[in-house]
Each structure stands twice: as C-alpha cells, then as structure tokens.
Design a binder for this molecule. Structure first.
Ligand SMILES: [Zn+2]
Length: 149
C-alpha cells in the first residue's frame, strides 16, 4: 500500500525510488524546508512519515524512520523492514521528478524521443515529463529484486 512520506535532505536517490514504487513522497530540498522544526511541522501537518539520516531529528519526530546506511540498497532494505513496501507497480503511477500522478498517453501523442521498442508511454499530469519502462525502470527493478533475494 502506498504511503505518505517526507524525505530529509541528502536522500535524493531514495526519493526517486520511492516515487517509482508509487509512494507519495515529498523531498525537503524540493520543498524549500530547511530547519528541523520546519521539517517536523511539515511531517505532522501533511500526515507523512519522516525518513531521515539525522539521529536527533528522528528521535524528536513521531513515527520517523532513521536510516543508518548511505547505500541505496541498504536504505531500501531498511525501509522494507519498517513496513514500507518496496516494489514497482505494474504500471508507472507517480512522477519520479515532481511526485505528480502519471497517466498512459495515446500512441499518437508519443514524443519523438521515446524508443520504438517501448509499448507504452506515460506522462505526468503536473510537470508533463514522459516516462516509459526503459533501461532505468529495469535497473530499479533489478535493484529492488536483489533486496529480497
Ligand atoms: Zn511530474
């Protein structure tokens, strides 16, 4: 089930993964939130689980998840251990760039830069970025599959 998450600074790669997994993920560095108090307030006001590498901030925030690891694989595994599902949906659901919802577009609206080999193209309703299940999707899938193996 998709979760509502707020990610602390320095976790940009993890933000991309979590959005691709369909989680509603805000990132403090995109939101312009800087102080610990502002981060705690945003998490509470938007009913989000805070994910941070800052031990002190995690201790002061209800329901926060503290990440000890720097490597993406270990971070994903730690989130899975905390009940946050790490799995790609059948179809892209959320924009990895802006957190908006994506929808599959008609074949005649395909952008020229989409590879011929991909069957379907999705577009973000918010930022209009195009997505398809290409090499990036497969790399993420391989990383995620390794976690459970
Ligand atoms: Zn977007």
């Amino acid at each position: 089930m998709a979760r509502r998450l707020l990610l602390d600074a320095m976790l940009g790669t993890l933000v991309t993964y979590l959005r691709m997994c369909g989680h509603d993920t805000l990132y403090v560095q995109e939101d312009g939130i800087e102080t610990d108090d502002a981060i705690r307030e945003r998490a509470a006001a938007t009913d989000r689980t805070l994910i941070t590498r800052d031990r002190e901030l995690a201790a002061r925030t209800a329901d926060a998840v503290l990440l000890e690891a720097r490597e993406i694989e270990a971070q994903l595994a730690a989130l899975q251990d905390n009940g946050i599902e790490i799995d790609l949906p059948t179809e892209p659901d959320r924009c990895s760039v802006c957190n908006g919802r994506v929808e599959r577009i008609d074949p005649d609206e395909r952008p020229d830069h989409a590879p011929d080999a991909v069957a379907h193209v999705w577009q973000c309703r918010e930022c209009e970025q195009f997505f398809w299940k290409g090499s990036h999707w497969e790399r993420v899938r391989a990383t995620i599959t390794d976690l459970s193996g």
